[in-house]
Design a protein. Structure first.
Length: 210
């Protein structure tokens, strides 16, 4: 399994490691994942990326597949985490982009890790705000950070601020960002600006935890 992992090691720290899962449609080496991993490493957080089985199969033969069933995703996430914990002496955070962050949030309280990081949490399917994926978020005990674009169709700011979320969770908003943190041109920002802000926010959140 070690050949299937991508490491971005922080030069200045051996404390925090973020195990970062990809979203439903893009692999672990997508532009978004590459940028976030590199930005976090620059901020002193080591990042390890991996792929779920359906994405591994797609990489092998080029055929697109839907994600594995939730149970299979969680089993694979747990297996990768066990491997990482056997190699890493410092603190570990679970996290992911979109679907990967949701899987991390479902696993985190039972995983004996130190933090949760969600990048663009899919609070509901686009256009279906009634189909919430938030029930477990109300009772999470692990300290967590959700970094969310203000106009993310999976959960806009006006919607999310009305949800009942655990006091262990913090939501950091990115100015006019969408699901991939791309802002409106009128904001004067670029996607790179928001990705950098996200990396800084995640690193500060982790490094301030006791």
């Amino acid at each position: 399994m070690t050949d299937e992992l991508l490491w971005n090691r922080a030069e200045s720290a051996d404390d925090w490691l973020l195990l970062l899962a990809h979203g439903a449609g893009a692999p672990m080496d997508s532009e978004f994942m590459q940028s976030m991993a590199a930005g976090l490493a620059e901020q002193g957080v080591t990042v390890v990326r991996f792929e779920f089985p359906y994405m591994q199969a797609r990489r092998a033969d080029g055929k697109k597949r839907p994600p594995n069933a939730q149970g299979a995703l969680l089993v694979h996430f747990s297996e990768v985490l066990a491997l990482i914990k056997s190699q890493w002496p410092g603190r570990v955070a679970l996290g992911g982009k979109s679907m990967g962050g949701r899987m991390a949030s479902l696993l985190v309280d039972q995983a004996e890790v130190d933090a949760l990081v969600c990048l663009g949490y899919p609070f509901h399917p686009p256009g279906k705000p009634e189909k919430l994926r938030t029930a477990h978020l109300a009772s999470l005990a692990t300290p967590g950070l959700i970094v969310q674009g203000e106009r993310d169709p999976f959960g806009k700011r006006a919607e999310v601020e009305g949800y009942a979320l655990s006091p262990a969770l913090t939501v950091q908003w990115l100015n006019s960002g969408d699901h991939d943190f791309k802002p409106l041109k009128s904001s004067g920002l670029t996607q790179a600006d928001n990705l950098q802000q996200a990396a800084v926010c995640v690193a500060r959140f982790l490094q301030r935890l006791p």
